[in-house]
Design a protein. Structure first.
Lengths: 800, 260
């Protein structure tokens, strides 16, 4: 087949700009929607919005000839339309769907319609952006390699620049700024016919973008977000905001703000108001005390200090520094505070001033902005006390954080923490008590199994103390001696707490002051420390209490599928969603998106005819679905592996996505040298499957080995490591598409749509697989998906 | 002839030939008719609506409260008396008696009827008891408490909610409730000590002044949970100066067995 003329450089540039804009817009919306709602809502919107790619493929498949006939003026028009929709999406969604609230989805009629409306707004942006991409790919399919390369490289650049911009601009300013990219892309592809009208349209688009840029919309967070409830207090004010890829940090002052978690009921003094509260994306981050927290000695977290002096203290995820203040008040000799959210630390600087006495500049306090796990992997020092942040939240968060990856609460993390304790050192971790009991029992299970692995009799090393809403565990490196036990008892007596775990503890002593809701609580707690009873409890409890691992780090996900009918009966269908709202939203989103994806694939299929009847290639569905699934599964698994390696999810996502896309772009460019033949793209898919299988075994240990390298070397190492599979992953898609286009261009459009749709479905599917079976299962599924794609091209499986 | 001609004109044209005075009179008649008719039908509609809600309320008491084990007759009477539909936003009026919490704005909810009844029952209220509620919200809980005691004090920190609840309580004839806008941390020292305290806007800690304002032998109840799901109720008791707590589950959580 004759090749299309080489596309001009402007077209490549336009594709780079448009692709960069689409990825950047996606990341920006994820952050924006995490601010106004929760990150699950962002997930729901974005995965539906990505369907725009599938929808564009469908439209091209159906109306390819008429669209391509007018492509010269259609390309700039679509790019300008994409720019307008990008700039207007946030103001429109804030205006039209401001009453939408994810918490009310199961309560108020009409909320589902508002959800669909806001999904529609985002769908339009991606549809308008994907349509010109698709038209170029299909129209110039014989030159797909360089065009696809431009697409991937642009996406990589978009991801990196969005993250960089998040450091300097407020989230609501970013989408309109990003809209300038498709506008510039449109300018680049303006051709002779209708030049004047197109220039007028360009001017109009620019005016609109400028208007939104000069008046960015005001963000209206959900009324159920922590920040909204604080802002309802009289006299409250947002005194500072700092954008960052970690989240939008806001400092709020209010005269009535007090914070004293775990306070004893015997405390009769005044609880002072806090200087300010810090919120990250509208969620509570911590209270800022100006060192006056005089009540700290009367809180349940003071237990380790009541058992003796702690000279060297390690505070992990130090937040706003309450644990640092507590350590300093207890005359510690030095505190190492690890807090990855740097902006949260700097935003408090204004409140503290710069004297040596304050928290940020205290001579006894050292700081690190690495994630705790990375810090632990890099340092070998031992500490007399290690403190972790409190697990869960007071009153629960309706399971909104069910899918949050918590690497500090995995068994591997606890083993690492155990090895960082000095001979008489202690680990302290508290949990909010919930009903039905989940957090505290899983924490106990993690402690018990970790110590068992360390070959230690957990019962001799663990103590726990409880008040009306919190439980504090301590793990002592050496066995608890009589003096320790006596000190725990006297601490409890003085502050009216109850011991929950202690060697030779008597039943009535556990409920002297506080009777728990679940009469089996202590039985369950004891069962977890006995290997034979533990398994029985795991099997019989309505919630999943198994400790989590690095492969499956969802500490707050407890729901068992098989318990749902039982729980529904107990709590009622109106309450059930609030037991684990986060996971439920992902399941709803996945179902919704799967239905939409099937529709988008079936719709053009009906027009093109069923496989086998009209010469439609049988391998199209398995091949392009396999590539879509495999690519996304590997990407998600890679980001997961990189969180520990780079020390933060944002850097992991930026490096993972960009590295993968850029090398895939190079692979795509290389594929231009190969002959578009069924056996070639089949072989390319098989090569990827084999490489991924190899990386399943070598990637985690190699990353672990290089974790101690300096950041620059670490990044270089990662790029070298990822280059072979990522480059190979860029080859099969353009090769297959070119081969298919030689047969029929409409089928190529269809294949592009399938690939887009399946990629979207696979993001939700990967999350569900990771929750149910762990991330390693996601990686194996990625290998399998490429394997299926390779097999689909063999004549034995799919004869022509 | 003229009459005949007018007769064959279409109606719209014939209207133009009506004398001005007649037209005005007709309008007045129509308006008066409407007013009389409306005046006649409105109370009937109100009565219908009212009896409709009363029926729903009785159904709520039977199915949501009695069946779940609320036995205190005074509490059941209070729950069947207070018009819950007047304490929810107008657009949710028809859902007022459903078995769940409803949003009232400002991130707050009106609790599920069962939770309101359960918390009220736990306080063991006597007519002479002095009660304090922290977190007025819609004013519904205070209104229920007022059916059982003549001395109900309620505090709300959000000014808009305090205003609207005060107005609503007045409109529903609930005169024994005193509403104050302010920080619940300090309690209501002038009216202390209290036989019962209900902290519906729970914080991570129990403010020491509230414990001090609780009478010897008094009871404090704190619902713990998120706006749409009360996980458990914390009962705080003061006996001989000693404070103790008991966590109560609104839903009895029975262990699950796979065989089930």
């Amino acid at each position: 087949m004759k090749r299309d003329p080489a596309p001009p450089l402007q077209l490549h540039l336009a594709l780079i700009l448009l692709s960069a804009a689409l990825i950047a817009f996606q990341l920006e919306q994820m952050q924006l929607l995490a601010i106004v709602q929760w990150h699950h809502f962002a997930y729901l919107i974005i995965s539906v919005a990505l369907l725009g790619f599938g929808a564009a493929g469908t439209l091209i498949a159906i109306c390819r000839t008429s669209l391509l006939r007018q492509v010269e003026w259609l390309l700039p028009v679509l790019m300008f339309a994409c720019a307008i929709s990008m700039a207007m999406a946030l103001p429109l969604s804030q205006e039209m769907t401001s009453r939408f609230d994810i918490c009310l989805l199961f309560i108020e009629p009409g909320q589902a319609a508002l959800l669909l409306l806001s999904q529609g707004i985002y769908l339009l942006v991606f549809f308008l952006g994907a349509l010109p991409l698709g038209l170029v790919f299909i129209g110039l399919s014989s030159r797909i390699n360089s065009l696809y390369c431009a697409n991937l490289v642009g996406s990589g650049i978009g991801g990196l620049s969005a993250v960089a911009l998040m450091y300097v601009l407020l989230p609501q300013q970013l989408p309109a700024l990003t809209a300038l990219l498709p506008w510039a892309a449109g300018i680049l592809v303006i051709s002779r016919p209708r030049r004047r009208s197109l220039l007028a349209l360009a001017a109009l688009t620019l005016t609109l973008i400028a208007a939104v840029l000069s008046h960015p919309p005001h963000l209206q967070p959900s009324q159920y977000k922590d920040i909204s409830r604080t802002m309802d207090l009289p006299g409250s004010n947002i005194t500072a905001s700092q954008p960052s890829p970690y989240g939008l940090i806001e400092l709020v002052t209010a005269p009535a703000l007090r914070y004293a978690p775990g306070l004893s009921l015997t405390y009769v003094e005044e609880v002072p108001t806090v200087s300010a509260a810090v919120f990250n994306n509208g969620d509570w981050f911590g209270a800022v005390d100006s060192g006056e927290a005089s009540f700290l000695h009367a809180t349940i977290s003071a237990l380790p200090y009541a058992m003796g002096k702690r000279d060297r203290v390690l505070v992990l995820q130090a937040g706003t520094g309450t644990d640092i203040i507590q350590a300093l008040k207890n005359e510690t000799e030095g505190v190492m505070a690890v807090e990855p959210h740097q902006k949260a630390t700097t935003i408090m600087a204004g409140l503290y001033g710069t004297t040596d006495e304050n928290l940020l500049h205290h001579p006894l306090v050292q700081r690190s902005s690495l994630t705790p796990r990375t810090w632990l992997a890099l340092h070998r020092e031992r500490y007399d006390l290690i403190t972790l942040p409190t697990v869960g939240s007071f009153g629960g968060a309706s399971g909104l954080f069910a899918l949050q990856e918590q690497y500090l609460l995995t068994k591997e993390a606890f083993l690492e923490l155990w090895n960082h304790l000095s001979p008489d050192g202690m680990l302290r971790v508290s949990a909010w008590l919930d009903s039905p009991t989940r957090n505290s029992l899983r924490l106990a299970a993690t402690i018990a199994e970790t110590l068992e692995e360390a070959d230690v009799d957990a019962r001799r090393h663990v103590a726990a103390v409880r008040n009306w809403n919190m439980i504090t565990f301590i793990l002592k490196r050496s066995p608890l001696n009589n003096s320790d036990i006596e000190q725990v008892r006297s601490f409890c007596k003085r502050l009216q707490f109850d011991p929950a775990l202690l060697p030779e503890l008597q039943g009535p002593e556990r409920i002297r002051y506080h009777v728990p809701a679940d009469p089996r609580f202590f039985n369950n707690l004891d069962s977890l420390f006995s290997p034979s009873h533990r398994q029985k409890l795991y099997e019989n409890y309505a919630f999943n209490l198994h400790p989590v691992s690095d492969n499956h780090p969802f500490f707050s996900q407890f729901l068992h599928w098989h318990s749902i009918p039982h729980l529904m009966q107990l709590f009622g269908e109106r309450t059930l969603p609030f037991l684990e709202l986060g996971y439920l939203i992902v399941l709803i989103s996945f179902t919704q998106i799967t239905l939409a994806a099937v529709l988008l694939i079936l719709l053009p299929l009906l027009r093109l005819g069923l496989p086998g009847r009209t010469g439609l290639k049988r391998w199209t569905i398995p091949f392009f679905s396999g590539l879509g699934l495999g690519y996304m599964f590997f990407e998600i698994m890679l980001i997961h592996e990189l969180v520990l390696f780079f020390g933060h999810p944002i850097f992991a996502a930026a490096a993972g996505i960009s590295g993968l896309l850029v090398f895939s772009g190079l692979g795509s460019l290389f594929s231009g040298r190969l002959r578009p033949h069924r056996s070639n793209h089949g072989l390319a898919a098989a090569l990827v499957a084999l490489l991924l299988l190899l990386y399943f075994f070598i990637l985690p240990p190699l990353l672990q080995m290089a974790i101690t390298l300096p950041p620059l070397w670490k990044t270089l190492f990662f790029f070298l490591l990822i280059a072979p599979p990522a480059t190979a992953m860029g080859i099969p898609f353009p090769l297959g598409l070119e081969h298919l286009a030689n047969h029929s261009k409409s089928q190529a459009a269809w294949a592009w749509g399938i690939n887009g749709c399946i990629s979207v479905v696979s993001t939700g599917l990967a999350t569900i697989i990771a929750v149910e079976f762990g991330f390693s299962a996601v990686m194996l599924m990625a290998c399998a998906a490429y394997g299926v794609a390779a097999l689909s091209t063999t004549r034995q499986f799919f004869p022509t | 002839m003229a009459t005949k001609k007018r007769m064959i004109l279409p109606k719209s044209y014939s209207w133009q030939f009506f004398p001005c005075a007649l037209r005005t009179s007709l309008r007045v008649i129509v308006i008066l008719f409407c007013l009389v008719h409306a005046a006649d039908s409105l109370p009937a509609a109100w009565a219908d609506e009212s009896s409709n809600f009363a029926a729903k309320r009785m159904q709520m008491v039977d199915e949501q409260l009695k069946d779940r084990g609320i036995t205190d007759l005074k509490v059941l009477r209070a729950m069947s008396t207070v018009p819950r539909h007047l304490f929810v936003p107008a657009y949710l009026k028809q859902q007022a008696y459903t078995d769940g919490p409803l949003p009232i704005g400002h991130g707050q909810t009106i609790s599920q009827p069962y939770i309101v009844a359960y918390m009220t029952e736990i306080l063991h209220i006597q007519p002479q008891h002095r009660l304090l509620e922290i977190g007025t919200g819609s004013g519904y809980q205070a209104s229920v408490l007022a059916e059982l005691s003549d001395q109900v004090y309620t505090m709300e920190i959000i000014p808009e909610l305090a205003d609207s609840a005060g107005r609503r309580l007045k409109e529903t004839g609930c005169s024994s409730v005193t509403v104050r806008q302010g920080d619940g941390y300090h309690g209501w020292p002038e009216a202390a000590p209290f036989d019962g305290i209900m902290v519906t806007a729970a914080a991570e800690f129990i403010p020491p002044p509230l414990l001090q304002q609780l009478k010897e032998g008094g009871r404090m109840i704190i619902p713990v949970g998120s706006p749409f799901y009360v996980q458990h109720l914390m009962l705080v008791e003061k006996t001989q100066g000693k404070i103790s707590t008991r966590s109560l589950m609104p839903v009895r959580f029975v262990p699950f067995r796979r065989s089930q």
